[in-house]
Design a protein around this ligand. Structure first.
Ligand SMILES: Nc1nc2c(ncn2[C@@H]2O[C@H](COP(=O)(O)OP(=O)(O)O)[C@@H](O)[C@H]2O)c(=O)[nH]1
Ligand SMILES: [Mg+2]
Length: 156
């Protein structure tokens, strides 16, 4: 038996932060363009790896790092709310890893990525993997300035 009584749907204008969101997304896109230009200038191929918690993002990066580190100089950014567990997993494969703790934010944004990019020597990197915060929805709205965006999906 179905007990769903009613679906309450937000009407246009009922969500108060629409204008703020538009400004925020625009500001992020401008910063993402700057990141992309900087990475392109140094010949760094950056890949934003997105997907739900547990979908296999870290595992995929670990496997790719194992195969590709012989040929390319790799750095990894790992976006995480509070921990460094994934960063440590990836770091065991002998590539440089920068953990980005987002605190309460459910996604990385172009600004925090720009701050991490400042910490790497771009001349010494060919490939940059960015593991986004485990979340299938929020990261989609915040391009980081990467060349590619990959979504990892786990299905039954
Ligand atoms: N069977 C199977 N397990 C996987 C695969 N990829 C990842 N896992 C497992 O799924 C769990 C979550 O993977 P993880 O890479 O940490 O996911 P993340 O949260 O997206 O980074 C771990 O126990 C992995 O060993 C896969 O392709 N096949
Ligand atoms: Mg992970």
């Amino acid at each position: 038996m179905v007990h769903l009584k009613e679906v309450v749907k937000a009407e246009e204008g009922e969500i108060y932060d629409i204008e703020l969101e538009a400004d925020l997304l625009k500001a992020n896109e401008e910063l993402a363009t700057k990141n992309r230009e900087l990475l392109n200038k140094h010949g760094v191929m950056a890949i934003d790896v997105m997907g739900s918690i547990g979908s296999g993002k870290t595992t995929l990066i670990e496997k790719l790092v194992q195969v590709l580190k012989k040929k390319y100089r790799i750095a990894v950014f790992k976006g995480d709310l509070t921990t460094t567990i994934d960063a440590e997993r990836i770091g065991r494969h002998g590539v440089q890893v920068f953990n980005i703790n987002t605190g309460r934010e459910c996604h990385l944004d172009a600004n925090v990525v720009a701050r991490a990019v400042e910490r790497i020597s771009l001349e010494d990197i060919d490939l940059l993997f960015i593991e986004n915060v485990g979340n299938l929805i929020c990261p989609a709205e915040f391009p980081l300035g990467t060349e590619k965006r990959v979504v990892v999906v786990s299905v039954t």
